[in-house]
Write a protein that binds this ligand. Structure first.
Ligand code: SME
Length: 154
């Protein structure tokens, strides 16, 4: 059960993206609202699946060297392949981790599921260890749903 504050973010994103005409406009509007939600979110972005490659989409945060990620690499690749949200409390202990910034300590990756197909993902890095809660996960999974449903219409 997500709290009112988190529910409000989901609703605000649904309202903001309803009028956006293209995929990139939808993702840009959503990423800006997600990034603003918490100062625990130090890099917030999308990766979209193009064939077998995750290609970086709109993001808020420092430039990442990982603009294209193969499905067998990184926490991003693992979440897309397993089609499940992954939370890593300490990226330094996870051998899959591809560093976008040396300050990152924890990460959440939430797949954008279109039925049984992953079309992309929301990726958030935090400079704090264990920054992501199960409430964040629920909120971001709800955000993923509203985004996928809007992407059907653009
Ligand atoms: N940390 C990710 C790579 C993307 S950057 O964090 C933006 C991973 O391990 O897949």
């Amino acid at each position: 059960m997500i709290d009112a504050h988190r529910r409000q973010l989901v609703d605000r994103i649904a309202a903001a993206i309803a009028s956006k005409p293209t995929r990139d406009d939808v993702l840009r509007a959503a990423v800006e609202l997600i990034a603003e939600f918490s100062d625990r979110f130090d890099w917030t972005g999308f990766y979209m699946l193009e064939g077998e490659i995750l290609v970086v989409g709109p993001y808020v945060g420092p430039p990442t060297p990982h603009t294209r990620i193969e499905l067998n690499r990184g926490i991003c690749g693992a979440a897309a392949t397993q089609q499940k949200t992954i939370i890593v409390d300490d990226v330094h202990t996870d051998p899959r981790f591809l560093a976008c910034s040396i300050t990152t300590r924890s990460e959440i990756v939430v797949p954008l599921m279109d039925g049984d197909r992953c079309i992309g993902e929301i990726d958030i890095d935090s400079n704090r260890p264990a920054a992501f809660t199960s409430e964040d996960r629920e909120m971001l999974e709800a955000v993923a749903k509203v985004i996928v449903s809007r992407l059907h219409q653009v």
